[in-house]
Design a protein around this ligand. Sequence first.
Ligand code: SF4
Length: 96
Amino acid sequence: MKTILTSALVLGGLGLVFGLVLGYASKKFAVKIDPKIEKVFEALPGANCGACGFTSCMELARAIVEGKAKASACLLIKKKQNRIDQISRILGIELK
Ligand code: SF4
């Protein structure tokens, strides 16, 4: 009985310590991303196919927000005007 209780306390203590360390690390080392990039990324298909010439949908989202690429660069939404309009609203500009 004593062995089970000791094991439970040790594992519980380790879980608590690791949880606190991971919680602190996630706050301390969090990477801040422009909220516009995240919103544009959510409007993209998320297939990460690379057909747009970027390595991922996130990279195209970043390029669109930075003005280095057009929203229509994504071949999967090129003909879906509602997605292009959604990205236009996020950026507050008119895209073609
Ligand atoms: S073409 Fe579209 S779906 Fe493919 S990686 Fe580029 S943004 Fe993502």
